[in-house]
Design a protein around this ligand. Structure first.
Ligand SMILES: NC(=O)c1ccc[n+]([C@@H]2O[C@H](COP(=O)([O-])OP(=O)(O)OC[C@H]3O[C@@H](n4cnc5c(N)ncnc54)[C@H](OP(=O)(O)O)[C@@H]3O)[C@@H](O)[C@H]2O)c1
Length: 258
């Protein structure tokens, strides 16, 4: 056990004295505590990432809900800024709306919650995305969900990295149905698994921290090319959910003996 440098009683008595002598107000004390907590979090490396979500559809709203409940400031970026503001109003809290360029420009993390075929448009609208973490949740599926449109020797994630070469692209959240996100990221009372694939360890760790803080079970699976396996897993999830009668309250996970 580490030794305390200042006894809590001495500290509390000191604050009481400052208050009774009217040297400091209750509001100023609260303000100092908030600043102190912030400094402590920053010192611990727990930086508060700001998140932009491009799109205002099912996944965008589901992710915005879980991220904002975990304390992340979230901004929807839409082709129609008024639509983004409306989506933000629906969720309330620390969620706002903007056009795609300003949402992405002001964020540390940009989530592409658009169809894979629209990823090029979304990236062009978002700007260079230089140095930003880009979370790709897309699944490159045919319109009838019977197969992938690309795969084997590439993946949506790798193609998106080519479209945004200055960004740090990570595949994540693509195996979770929007309905599970809207249920707080849980299947019943069990947290859903988020598989994370990316080429930079520090970036994978940052996405893992966001997923864990948002209540998921994160599992790092390796480099970005592992998305070649994650995207078909999402296809299987759709087959089970929609075609084999399991419904959408499901999510893939992996069993281990531990
Ligand atoms: N639904 C699921 O359960 C699920 C699960 C896992 C992964 N995914 C993947 O997540 C992505 C989003 O799925 P979703 O179900 O949320 O789709 P969705 O409800 O149809 O929403 C897609 C959003 O993309 C934006 N968009 C469309 N075309 C665009 C363009 N050309 N440029 C910029 N933005 C564009 C639209 O936003 P604005 O109109 O506001 O611009 C729209 O709200 C897809 O890639 C899907 O494969 C979905």
């Amino acid at each position: 056990m580490g030794q305390r440098l200042v006894s809590p009683h001495i500290f509390q008595n000191g604050i009481k004295q400052l208050l009774s002598d009217q040297i400091i107000s209750h509001w100023e004390i609260r303000y100092l505590f908030v600043i102190g907590a912030l400094i402590k979090r920053l010192a611990q490396g727990d930086t508060i990432m700001t998140i932009a979500i491009i799109g205002t559809g099912n996944m965008a709203k589901g992710l915005a809900g879980v991220f904002s409940k975990a304390g992340y400031p979230v901004t929807f970026g839409s082709r129609d800024a008024a639509k983004a503001s409306e989506a933000a109003r629906e969720l309330g809290g620390n969620v706002s709306g903007a056009d795609i360029a300003s949402a992405a420009g002001n964020a540390d993390v940009v989530v592409l919650a658009v169809p894979f075929d629209a990823a090029g448009d979304a990236i062009a609208a978002a700007g260079e995305l230089e140095g930003k973490i880009v979370i790709d949740i897309t699944n490159p599926l045919t319109a009838d969900y019977s197969s992938l449109t690309i795969g084997h020797s590439t993946s949506a994630a790798e193609e998106i990295q080519k479209l945004a070469p200055k960004a740090k692209v990570v595949k994540a959240f693509n195996t979770i149905f929007a309905s599970v996100l809207q249920a707080g990221g849980k299947i019943g009372d069990k947290p859903a698994t988020v598989f994370i694939a990316g080429d930079q360890q520090a970036v994978n760790d940052a996405v893992e921290a966001i997923a864990a803080k948002s209540g998921f079970v994160p599992v790092q699976v390796g480099g970005l090319s592992v998305a070649r396996y994650l995207e078909p897993v999402a296809g299987l999830n759709i087959v089970l959910g929609y075609m084999r009668g399991f419904g959408t309250d499901i999510a893939p996970t992996w069993q281990t003996v531990i």
